[in-house]
Write a protein that binds this ligand. Structure first.
Ligand SMILES: [Zn+2]
Ligand SMILES: [Zn+2]
Length: 133
């Protein structure tokens, strides 16, 4: 376990960068209204790491998106940067923020009751709303 993979990425303008070390805890998609809006896209997709596995550089602004959720974004370019929680040590990093493609594939989808009808169904585990933590 002394050779750990490092994944790097950042926001669209480059002011915010991150390094994630080791395997993620899970990878998922979310169709909830907040994820749709912050990404301006049909859904959000995230790689969830232990909070300690990710180091960040650059400034972000944060807002409270739910009781325990805090969403961060780059104040310069507006990119979704990451999401953290006040009740657990996880960090959700957007798949699209990584420098490379093909690193991670989601294994589940949340908030499928908000899923766009033109998206494929039954590809991976689907939850109507949240999954239990
Ligand atoms: Zn930026
Ligand atoms: Zn969501």
């Amino acid at each position: 376990m002394n050779q750990q993979t490092v994944y790097e990425g950042g926001c669209a303008c480059g002011a915010v960068r991150f390094r994630a070390t080791g395997a993620p805890m899970r990878v998922g998609m979310c169709h909830c209204l907040t994820c749709r809006r912050v990404a301006g896209s049909a859904f959000g997709s995230y790689v969830i790491f232990d909070r300690d596995a990710v180091t960040l550089s650059g400034n972000t602004r944060e807002w409270r998106s739910s009781e325990h959720g805090r969403r961060h974004f780059c104040p310069l370019c507006g990119s979704v940067a990451f999401m953290v929680y006040t009740d657990r040590a996880e960090i959700d990093v957007p798949i699209g923020a990584f420098d490379q493609t093909g690193l991670f594939e989601p294994t589940y989808e949340l908030w499928c009751k908000r899923k766009e009808p033109w998206l494929p169904k039954g590809v991976r585990r689907e939850y109507d709303e949240e999954r239990p933590h």
